[in-house]
Design a protein around this ligand. Structure first.
Ligand SMILES: C[S@@+](CC[C@H](N)C(=O)[O-])C[C@H]1O[C@@H](n2cnc3c(N)ncnc32)[C@H](O)[C@@H]1O
Length: 223
């Protein structure tokens, strides 16, 4: 039984698993793997509002068919700012591109869905004011080289984060495990770049459907 469970978890890191998952839900409602925008709005809004500027840019890593980033775009980035969403599932991205095509290319107010891998992002350094991850690293670390995948995702997030900026990760992983990985990635990043400071924090978001969720954040600032 455990063997079967392990094999299933292991597959969460594979692109083909997600392609099949989204293809089977082609006509279903939008889906949040856990916690939707209504649960998270009150924790995201203060940081966005206190750091908001004309070209405010948000990146959602592994958006799937969740509407969270679209709600941020429509609700919080009032007429300016952009939201880019990536996922390595072409099926999920095409569905979201179709659904939100009316939001594309409004000069400096733009919502985009791009097929890309979170371990190798097609974006320039220091481009985003906020980078979000809800469940994506949780899936990627099920890979047989899970730690390496996790480290690559955080390294890429830190690289594309502007200064100052915030990485926000929603997960059910225990702080004893997740914090070690986040601290290690931040230490490595600071050693390599020298110009930035990072500060890692977490808070409990409460229990939903019997599972405890946490919000991990990394703030990136000038040293
Ligand atoms: C648990 S789901 C979460 C989806 C969405 N964020 C949500 O909250 O509903 C994980 C998502 O991450 C995507 N994913 C996993 N590994 C990825 C990677 N290396 N690069 C890009 N997307 C990835 C999967 O395709 C899937 O859509």
């Amino acid at each position: 039984m455990l063997h079967v469970l392990y094999r299933r978890l292991h597959r969460l890191a594979e692109r083909t698993t997600w392609e099949k998952f989204y293809a089977a839900r082609a006509k279903s409602d939008p889906l949040d793997w856990f916690l939707d925008y209504q649960h998270l709005k009150s924790v995201l809004q203060p940081w966005i509002f206190s750091n908001y500027h004309q070209d405010f840019a948000v990146l959602d890593l592994g958006c799937g068919i969740s509407d969270m980033a679209a709600h941020i775009f429509l609700d919080l980035l009032n007429k300016t700012g952009k939201v880019d969403c990536i996922d390595f599932s072409q099926t999920a991205i095409e569905r979201m591109q179709k659904k939100y095509k009316h939001c594309f290319n409004h000069s400096n107010h733009r919502l985009s869905y791009i097929c890309a891998d979170a371990t190798s992002l097609p974006f320039a350094d220091c481009s985003y004011d906020m980078v979000l991850d809800k469940g994506t690293m949780d899936a990627a670390i099920r890979h047989q080289n899970g730690e390496v995948m996790g480290e690559k995702i955080i390294a890429e997030a830190l690289r594309v984060m502007a200064c100052p900026s915030q990485f926000v990760q929603i997960s059910d992983e225990d702080p004893d495990v997740r914090l070690q990985l986040l601290y290690r990635c931040c230490n490595l990043y600071r050693e390599n770049t020298k110009s930035y400071q990072t500060s890692v924090k977490f808070r409990e978001l409460g229990s939903f459907s019997g599972i405890e969720y946490l919000m991990y954040t990394i703030e990136k600032k000038l040293a």
